[in-house]
Write a protein of this length. Sequence first.
Length: 282
Amino acid sequence: MKVKRAITNTFFWIAISVYLVIIFFPVFWLISGSLKTTLELTGTTPHFIPKKVHFENYIYIWRDIPLARYFKNSLIIATAATFLAVLISVIGAYGFSRFEFPGRQFFGNSLIFTQLFPSISFLIPYYAMFILFYKITGIRLIGGYTGIIFTMMVFALPVDVWLMKGYIDAIPKELEEAALIDGCNYFQAFFKVVFPLLAPSVAAVFIISFMQAWNEVLFASVLTNSRTRTLAIGILEYRTKYFSNWSYIFAAGVTISIPVLILFTVLQRYIIRGLMRGALKG
């Protein structure tokens, strides 16, 4: 029995080790590549450890292209789109969870149904819609912050509403009923009773939406210009017609990952608590 248990434990830890290697190797290769030269990265013999560490790659990436401006654009767009998406999704999810109205089931199912379509199928309609909006109102959405923020918010809403509805369903209605008996209206009951209990769940939804907006490439490549270009599009400028500076691209990739890593670290305990609350209903 002891031998069988030892063999089982051995295979378990081997499987865990292989899984961790598969998961963390791309991260290791990204960091390692950011400390190499492009010549070493594109050589015929790969080196896992740089022959010579080139920390200057992290300095030069800010010199060759306006990375600071792209960083600011990504931060503005991702933060604004995520904040609006989470705010609207909390209110919308509360309505789906607590109130009965005509078409409730249809609209709820439609949220998930929209996820069946690839994002690229909406690209041309969005572009045409923004052009038509400009012709009618004179307000330009393409090339500015407003258009890409609105787009990122809309694409985050279906998943955000669906997740938040599950979290709100897990909160007993008796808490709100007690608040209503004490003299609160629905608005007060929500913000004084329900919303404080949703803080961990809001953090989990926030980080998911932020990562989606931060890494957006497809719509950002069409709806932004040189003034509002984001990081995900800006790092492509390290590539020219005849040459790709892969060491700078790797260094920029590490730099782009830092804000999400910091945000995830700060909200980690709330994210775990929110995910656990979504898994345990009642």
